[in-house]
Design a protein around this ligand. Structure first.
Ligand code: ADP
Ligand code: GLC
Length: 488
């Protein structure tokens, strides 16, 4: 099976969130299952060419790609995904990809990913490599299924190429003005109220992906059901409902070569389920880093997150006084919306003996927080999969989560009142997206922390869990077959 894997983030080259972890690990597992995978990624100016051994492919030369009526020169650089033979193709177009960050609010944001989509298609032609399936990820690649079935249908090359569209987050839709019809050369027939690319009077990249791909999936079973409802569907529930026979949920896996406390090179002290001494030392180290004092009896609660409404920080803010009254310490790492960044900045200024906050992006610190914290909080409003709670399980850091999407699928409740969950409980969760429910659940976890025997059991239940990619990669193989068979 030959798979072209299109994504706008990929570890270790460029990352803003979990999509990068997925793109940097699923292809390796697919390769182990006998797939030939080629990843396609924009060549952002932030990518370190020397560090990652990128080289220019002279034989492909220049590809002229038309976007918004202008011809742009595209060049291809290549490298191998570290730890594998998976080829990574970097679509090089400085005009669009030499910006200050991966995603922007620039006026030509739509054009950037039109160029990326066309660039992938034209590179495949130039390579003369016919994939069985193009695996598209999120709205930025949503036009690809439409383009191969329409704009590029003159080329028989794509006749039998299936498309799988993975929704990592339906909250991000790629909605732009009608002018995209011209800049992407989309047939005007597709644009009418309720039509395949129209949404709210403009163009929606994600809707195009949902409509024109052969098979669709999202990144957990629960989220696959949730997005069919008006609460979670972000206005696309009816479109998705029409395609519900073709919609699947596959839970993300984890790359335990990167996220494993036994081998994690970012940690000052490594540790395992059989010897948790290192975890205690990491906690001390982490607390020192934030100028917080160490007390064995006080639990440390970690947060690593994009600071956006999706992650439930409104709810967190509404319970902040009660939460801060708990006998616990907090370390928070994240960046995003000003209002949330300020909330945490102010909190650490006001309570410097209790709260440490780092506003920004810091990969090393994210590993240290996973390892050094006792609990990990994710009060998400919605969470398609969520990776940090899965990392937390492996690091013996007990997740406290809202029961939604992938959080519901990966965290099993501990119930301290009965023996229910004694052998299976791995964390604490709550249903209602309210400050009260959040506070009560954190309070339960903080109380349970005092019971060393119970706590040891919960965290070891979690550490034993295996969320490696193998199972999920096999499920992707099934979807690729289906996408190929159902190619229309
Ligand atoms: P999402 O993709 O919605 O942001 P996930 O839980 O799937 O959520 O993945 C988030 C990924 O991004 C994790 O690998 C997490 O460690 C990382 N991450 C998020 N914020 C930061 C940050 N400020 N610094 C370092 N890593 C971060
Ligand atoms: C999205 C989701 C997150 C998921 C990640 C990778 O960013 O918000 O829940 O884990 O994609 O699939």
């Amino acid at each position: 099976m030959k798979i072209a894997f299109a994504a706008t983030e990929c570890v270790p080259y460029a990352k803003s969130g979990g999509l990068a972890d997925v793109a940097g690990s699923l292809p390796k597992e697919l390769e182990k299952l006998g797939c030939e995978v080629k990843i396609f990624l924009p060549k952002y100016s932030s990518i370190d060419e020397t560090k990652y051994g990128l080289h220019y492919n002279w034989s492909f030369g220049e590809l002229p790609v038309r976007v918004n009526g202008q011809i742009r020169s595209v060049h291809i650089h290549q490298s191998k995904l570290p730890g594998s033979k998976v080829e990574v193709n970097f679509i090089d177009c400085p005009h669009y990809f030499h910006r200050h960050q991966i995603y922007t609010n620039d006026a030509d944001e739509d054009e950037r990913f039109i160029l990326f989509s066309k660039g992938i298609i034209e590179t495949l032609q130039r390579m003369q490599w016919v994939p069985d399936v193009i695996h598209c990820n999120d709205w930025q690649t949503g036009l690809i299924p439409l383009m191969i079935k329409d704009n590029y249908s003159w080329d028989k090359f794509f006749n039998a190429v299936g498309t799988l569209f993975t929704i990592h987050n339906i909250g991000y839709q790629g909605r732009f003005s009608k002018s995209v019809l011209l800049s992407a050369e989309i047939h005007g027939d597709y644009f009418y109220p309720g039509g395949p690319v129209e949404h709210g009077g403009g163009i929606s990249f994600i809707k195009a992906g949902i409509t024109f791909s052969d098979i669709i999936n999202t990144v957990s079973n629960t989220y696959a059901h949730e997005i069919l409802t008006s609460e979670y569907g972000a206005g696309l529930e009816n479109i998705l409902f029409k395609r519900k026979e073709d919609l699947f949920g596959i839970l993300n896996g984890v790359d335990y070569n990167i996220w494993n406390p036994e081998t994690d090179k970012h940690l000052p002290y490594q540790y395992s389920i059989n010897n948790l001494d290192g975890k205690r030392l990491n906690k001390k180290f982490l607390l020192e880093h934030f100028n917080l004092s160490f007390d064995e009896k006080i639990p440390l609660i970690g947060i690593v997150s994009r600071m956006v409404a999706q992650k439930g920080f409104d709810v967190f803010a509404s319970a902040i006084n009660q939460l801060m009254n708990l006998k616990a310490q907090w370390v928070i790492l994240g960046s995003g919306e000003d209002r949330f960044e300020n909330l945490f900045r102010q909190l650490s200024n006001k309570l410097p003996e209790k709260v440490g906050a780092y506003i920004g992006y810091n990969n090393e610190l994210s590993h240290l927080i996973e390892a050094g914290s006792d609990m990990f909080l994710m009060p998400s409003k919605y969470e398609p999969c969520g990776l940090n709670q899965i990392y937390s399980l492996k690091y013996g850091t007990v997740p406290v989560v809202r029961k939604t999407g992938g959080l519901a699928d990966t965290v099993q409740d501990w119930d301290e009142m009965s023996h229910y969950g004694f052998d299976t409980g791995t964390g604490f969760s709550f249903n209602d997206p309210t400050g009260y429910a959040l506070f009560k659940t954190v309070e339960r976890a903080v109380n349970c922390f005092k019971n060393k025997k119970a706590w040891d059991k919960i965290r070891k239940n979690g550490m034993k869990k295996d969320y490696s990619w193998k199972n999920s990669a096999e499920k992707y193989m099934e979807l690729y077959k289906l996408a190929k068979e159902s190619r229309i």
